[in-house]
Design a protein around this ligand. Structure first.
Ligand code: UDP
Ligand code: MG
Length: 320
């Protein structure tokens, strides 16, 4: 029997790029005719013609499956929905904008099959075409998160990867609400081969990530995979307690032995403000963790499906 490859493609307002992507997918899959394919488009609440275009493809091509969300839930939710619904023996996630070249797929599959890896992940070796400041912050982020978390995240890693069924099943079991896939892929382990490639610019349309959104996403990553920020409060607290003993001793000695009470209203105010700032900052960190815990405890669904051509099939199967 032919093995099946599922390609999960999260799409949010991608009407310009979909025809290019679909053409490219058809081309690549022709070269891999020894496999069956499933193109699983996850429409993340697009406001343009994305869903219409996908439906049109689905009418003509039975490999095309789609899941359409009731609103925009974000790329992480879209990828998770894809993992839950994908049927293939191998599953790949790729962006719709051709920044994750589908032409790498044959090589990725070969590595998994012949070299005994569980997954092949991709990594950009250049960041050409990206604003310098963005690259700089991205590098800082990877350095920090690798120092303080147990999820091993490679600099320049993309979400584009091909995985075996066993790995996909373990991702599906990671049903946390606050998702950070790069961390999840690293956390679950498995043997991963890193395939480097040159950065490709978006084929059409616009990026959905502003600098601020990326910043929030990176904070999310750190909070999800590390408890180190929580200990910041303990360590700074300990440090300032120690300093305050010294301070008190100095004041007493000056007062009683040198009869020289400490002057300096200004320095006192500075100090109070400084400590107040640190206290609030630490409370903020705890608040972030609490907020995440709150959302996890609520146990809300990660995504809500409005429309799909997968479920209908399943219903038919059970009716038969
Ligand atoms: N995406 C999504 N939901 C969102 C934002 C983005 O499904 O809320 C998809 C988008 O359609 C694309 C992929 O995630 O397929 C990557 O997005 P984009 O190319 O805008 O990000 P960048 O490559 O600039 O980091
Ligand atoms: Mg992109």
């Amino acid at each position: 029997m032919k093995e099946k490859l599922s390609l999960i493609i999260p799409c949010y307002n991608e009407q310009e790029v979909l025809p290019l992507l679909y053409a490219e997918l058809c081309k690549v899959t022709e070269q891999m005719a020894e496999n069956n394919f499933e193109f699983l488009f996850v429409d993340d609440g697009s406001k343009d013609k994305t869903l219409e275009i996908i439906k049109k493809y689905a009418e003509e091509d039975e490999r095309v499956k789609y899941i359409s969300f009731s609103r925009n839930f974000g790329k992480e939710a879209a990828m998770y929905a894809g993992f839950c619904e994908a049927e293939g023996d191998y599953v790949a996630v790729m962006d719709a904008d051709l920044q994750d070249p589908p032409s790498l797929l044959p090589e990725m599959l070969r590595i998994i099959k012949e070299e005994g890896y569980d997954s092949v992940a991709t990594r950009r070796v250049t960041r050409e075409g990206e604003p310098k400041i963005r690259s700089f912050f991205a590098r800082c982020f990877y350095k920090i998160i690798n120092k303080i978390s147990e999820a091993d995240i490679v600099d320049g890693a993309r979400d584009f990867r091909l995985m075996k069924r066993a790995m996909v099943d373990s991702i599906v079991r990671m049903c946390e609400y606050n998702r950070f896939s790069k961390g999840i892929f690293g956390w679950i382990g498995f043997k991963t081969y890193w395939l480097p490639f040159q950065n490709v610019e978006r084929a059409a349309g616009e990026t959905k990530w502003s600098f601020w959104k990326l910043f929030k996403y990176s904070v999310e990553g750190i909070i999800n995979f590390s408890q180190v920020p929580l200990s910041v409060a303990s360590w700074t607290g300990l440090f300032f307690t120690f300093m305050s003993f010294i301070g008190v001793a100095v004041v007493f000695i000056r007062r009683f032995f040198f009869d020289d009470p400490v002057q300096g209203w200004a320095s006192l105010v500075c100090f109070i403000c400084f400590i107040g700032g640190i206290q609030l900052f630490c409370m903020g960190i705890m608040g972030q963790y609490l907020a995440k815990t709150y959302m996890e405890v609520k146990g809300r669904p990660i995504y809500i499906i409005r429309e799909t051509n997968k479920k209908r099939e399943r219903k038919n199967e059970t009716n038969e």
